[in-house]
Design a protein around this ligand. Structure first.
Ligand code: FES
Length: 284
């Protein structure tokens, strides 16, 4: 079954890839011009992606419409459909914000996901229009909204693939170890320059180091959003800004200050040991 679905999805790449590249250009410039709005829609304030949260609510309401229709509750079903339709629109807006900073295969797959969801709005709109006329025979609007629900279910499946198979918008540090042992830092030079990010190796982890006076601040080098190299970033207002999509993390504690990331960045303690620089994951 999994291979069948994967083949069916991959077969759409021929149109989804160029369409996704086109959409990525305008969504990216649109949302980068309104970064605070994008942060709200990404879920940066929540520490969790907002889109899947809203999507669960929208799909739940639309499933309720099917149940109410089957149970013969026309008024309740129609009201639920209005709410479900509006919930789909709000969910789409949050999804577009995530989409604007998505790349590669995840972008192509997200294009298929978004297209299915937008197409699903058409039968729902037709069903709503028919229901508004209070028809004596409701079989047509009910059948049409079920078609919409099938499209939504397919779209939700593809959306799940974007997260769970392709790892889009997941925390890049979910499995990062928390060892308490001090480990020798591998640096190209023993001197850590003041105020300039440099890369260092701590065991299997890459870190970005920034010296501020006597203190050396360190975060994991791989951005929590999509793995961008923070050591290639710039220092802005006590934060390091990722060179890929502009997420900012506070150097002192790794706290996320600007999206599109929605997770904090792991921090490390650095000290001067007997044999040189050493570090370990912050224990707090
Ligand atoms: S990789 Fe996207 S903001 Fe860092």
């Amino acid at each position: 079954m999994a291979h069948l679905f994967a083949t069916l999805m991959a077969a759409q790449d021929r149109w989804a890839r160029p369409f996704g590249d086109f959409n990525h250009r305008w969504t990216s410039s649109l949302f980068r011009s309104v970064r605070p709005v994008r942060d709200v829609l990404n879920g940066t304030w929540l520490g969790h992606p907002l889109h899947p949260l809203l999507a669960s609510g929208a799909v739940g309401i639309l499933a309720t419409v099917v149940v109410l229709d089957v149970l013969g509750q026309p008024a309740a079903a129609d009201i639920a459909l209005v709410f479900g339709f509006l919930a789909m629109l709000v969910t789409a807006l949050a999804g577009l914000a995530d989409y604007s900073e998505t790349e590669g295969t995840a972008l192509t797959r997200a294009t298929l996901h978004g297209t299915l969801m937008v197409v699903a709005l058409v039968p729902y709109a037709v069903s709503l229009a028919l229901r508004a006329g209070a028809p004596a025979d409701r079989s047509a609007p009910i059948a049409i909204s079920i078609v919409g629900f099938v499209l939504v279910a397919l779209g939700a499946f593809v959306g799940g693939d974007v997260s769970f198979v392709l790892g889009n918008m997941v925390n890049r540090h979910a499995w990062r170890g928390r060892g308490a042992k001090w480990i020798a830092l591998e640096l190209k030079t023993d001197e850590i320059p003041e105020g300039t990010p440099i890369k260092a190796k701590l065991g299997i982890n890459d870190l970005v180091l920034v010296r501020q006076g006597e203190t050396v601040l360190a975060l994991h080098d791989q951005c929590a959003h999509a793995g961008g190299p923070l050591s290639g970033g710039t220092i802005v207002d006590g934060c390091i800004e990722c060179p890929w999509h502009g997420s900012r993390y506070r150097l002192t504690d790794g706290r996320l200050r600007r999206g599109p990331a929605v997770y904090d960045q792991p921090t490390y303690e650095i000290r001067r040991g007997e044999h040189g620089w050493e570090g370990r994951r912050s224990q707090a």
